[in-house]
Design a binder for this molecule. Structure first.
Ligand code: ADE
Length: 230
């Protein structure tokens, strides 16, 4: 998969992309992540990329010119057509199903804005879909892009080993994940449930399924309502 990110702050991505799973996924060639600075496409000597909103109001709005020029440059970096995603709190809310959907694409092109918003012609002209990571406002789309990239890349074939398979992850099953334990068997008086030490894989699977359902009912009943998984 190829992922392009158009941003005013490419440096913000350096640390998240150079550790752990995202690092390994790039090193093994499963994903190629390319950052391009929108400011490089500003046309005036001040490198201006935002301006006051027509009609008045607070804040600054991303100008269409530098974003379009940057996009047209990035688009040509690869022959693969990309799915264009604008990070904005006005977008459709991101979830695990969306991560899986995006993971099936060959190329994603994220556009992260830093200011109060994008000139509407960016969304319309680039045919971008809008995604939000939740009902709160961040100071820019960069962190949202990183979260989505992380959630998508870990699902790509070969990124996680078999042992870390994402198939039992919370939300993949429509339920929260069952409780996990590792050594020691007793920690500060708290014991690992006997069933997990029994070696009976059928019973363990049943126990886990029940636990997952119970914690979902208790902590995230909205998931059961959304998916009719009960
Ligand atoms: N930019 C600002 N807030 C955001 C959010 N909640 N999701 C995605 N992009 C954003």
């Amino acid at each position: 998969m190829r992922i392009d990110v158009l941003t005013l702050f490419p440096e913000m991505f350096e640390s998240p992309l150079s550790h752990s799973i995202l690092k390994r996924a790039q090193e093994t060639g499963i994903v190629d992540i390319v950052l391009t600075n929108i400011r490089d496409f500003a046309t005036d000597s001040y490198k201006k990329v935002d301006d006051k909103p027509y009609g008045g109001g607070p804040g600054m709005v991303m100008m269409p010119g530098p974003v379009f020029d940057c996009f047209e440059y990035v688009e040509k970096l690869s022959p693969e057509e990309g799915r264009v995603i604008l990070l904005t709190p006005q977008g459709q809310k991101f979830n695990q199903a969306k991560a899986a959907e995006l993971g099936a694409e060959n190329r994603l092109i994220f556009i992260a804005g830093k200011y109060e918003g994008f000139d509407e012609r960016i969304r319309i002209g680039l045919g971008a879909e809008q995604i939000s990571i939740g009902d709160y406002v961040l100071s820019g789309g960069e962190l949202a892009a990183m979260i989505i990239i992380d959630a998508v890349v870990r699902l790509l074939a070969g990124v996680l080993g078999d042992e870390d398979s994402p198939k039992d992850d919370s939300f993949s099953t429509g339920l929260l994940e069952y409780p996990q334990y590792t050594r020691p068997e007793v920690f500060r008086g708290m014991k690992v449930p006997d069933i997990l030490l029994s070696g009976d894989h059928g019973k363990i699977a049943e126990w886990r399924r029940r636990q997952a359902l119970e914690r979902t009912k208790k902590w995230r009943p909205d998931l059961l309502k959304d998916n009719n998984k009960e």
